[in-house]
Design a protein around this ligand. Structure first.
Ligand code: ADP
Ligand code: MG
Length: 396
């Protein structure tokens, strides 16, 4: 993979950087600035090399046209604070404002283009449309640095196509992600344990299938666990359930047994009468969830069981919270897994946007983990063993 050094002398050059600034917002307040912070080292490295930096990024899911609530303004302001220098945000992506702002940019200065998903061509399935946008973005700069790890699994104009127009290289974040996740993907130290949770099984099917050939232990919690419990024939009440995945999950349970992969399911569940912070919550056995209750966390026995299954692991990958950690009453399972990872001597990786946010929101020290990935889908696809388009274009 090409790195920034391969771009040669950058003094006086303009470098377009694709960052991942897709931060959670409460109105215009950033509730977790992890991704903005993770984007700083590459930008600082380029500035130190004498370049001017033009940042392009997306925020949220606008529908291919400008929408005020998805403006990158909060991210630009936070980035400016972290860099200790102004970040000039253009009003548009490739329009007159972007042209004026990038034309005026001097070495050592930073500009940001408005949300790249305000232009429908960014995510178009039509190659020519993406390429047209990529050419307009490329016109602002002399080189391209791909640093938005969270989007490298996307074949999008600002990720994939622009890298084919300008001299391109991976930023330091993408480099670090690939090296760290690579440790888990190729030849992991054993026992290799994977903890999966979060809300949707269907999102994570590919990775589960792949892990059934690689991992020694698979611990399942979060919303996805109810499809597993249902596959075992248990009542899951009003919990999250993907009924159309039950047969697939049955297949996984069988494959796991054949391959000698230990699947660890919760033995108890925190079952609530409604999806609310002040819900009435009961701890029940995993095979005895009342029909009118929903499971919102793994129970205390399960948390202890999961921790014991992680204690001697040499590689731990965790993707997806064990419960609705955003509500204090349902955060204990997620906390237990995070703590077990910190306590383990093994190499631990946190993948998944919400899992990484959980680590920070629940007050854990990020230094206690081997690596906290900034990319949910991208880290999963790497774990699945897929070729990621945004990484493939950065190969020498
Ligand atoms: P990640 O971003 O780490 O991959 P996901 O996006 O798959 O994780 O899922 C995160 C969400 O899953 C969180 O918002 C959390 O509240 C939710 N969640 C976890 N457990 C449950 C559950 N039992 N019921 C409903 N939602 C859950
Ligand atoms: Mg998520």
């Amino acid at each position: 993979m090409k790195t920034i050094d391969s771009l040669g002398d950058l003094a006086g050059k303009k470098v377009l950087v694709r960052s991942d600034l897709n931060v959670p917002l409460d109105g215009t307040t950033i509730t977790d600035d992890g991704r903005v912070r993770a984007s700083v080292p590459t930008i600082e490295k380029l500035l130190a090399a004498g370049a001017a930096v033009i940042v392009t990024a997306h925020l949220g899911r606008p529908k291919g046209e400008p929408e005020a609530k998805y403006s990158l303004a909060p991210a630009a302001a936070r980035l400016a604070e972290l860099l200790g220098k102004p970040v000039t945000l253009a009003d548009d992506l490739v329009g007159p404002s972007a042209k004026a702002v990038t034309d005026a940019l001097e070495p050592g200065q930073v500009a940001m283009l408005e949300n790249v998903r305000f232009d429908a061509r960014e995510t178009s399935k039509v190659d020519e449309e993406r390429q047209a946008l990529a050419a307009e973005l490329a016109a602002f700069a002399d080189a391209f640095v791909s640093d938005g790890f969270g989007v490298v699994h996307r074949k999008q104009a600002s990720v994939y196509d622009v890298a084919q127009v300008l001299p391109a290289a991976a930023g330091t974040l993408v480099e670090k992600e690939v090296v760290s996740l690579g440790k888990a993907v190729t030849d992991p130290a054993r026992p290799y344990a994977v903890v999966l949770g979060g809300s949707k099984v269907s999102d994570k099917l590919g990775v589960i299938a792949n892990l059934l050939t690689k991992a020694d232990r698979l611990l399942i919690g979060g919303g996805m666990v109810f499809t597993f419990l249902a596959a075992k024939g248990y009542e899951v009440g009003t919990s999250l359930l993907e009924a159309d995945q039950i047969d697939t999950v049955k297949g996984y349970l069988k494959t796991a047994e054949e391959n000698g992969v230990e699947i660890v399911l919760p033995t108890d569940i925190v079952a609530a009468d409604k999806f609310a912070a002040d819900a009435d919550a009961l701890v029940v056995a995993a095979d005895a969830i009342p029909a009118d209750r929903m499971g919102l966390d793994i129970g205390p026995d399960s948390a202890a069981l999961f921790a014991s299954k992680l204690a001697d692991a040499k590689t731990i990958v965790w993707n997806g919270p064990m419960g609705v950690f955003e509500m204090e009453a349902f955060a204990a399972g997620t906390k237990a897994v995070a703590q077990a990872m910190i306590d383990s001597d093994g190499f631990s990786v946190v993948g998944g946007g919400d899992s990484a946010a959980a680590v920070r929101l629940l007050g854990f020290d990020e230094a206690g983990f081997g690596h906290i990935s900034t990319g949910g889908g991208a880290s999963l696809e790497l774990l699945e063993g897929k070729v990621l388009p945004g990484l493939a274009v950065l190969e020498d």
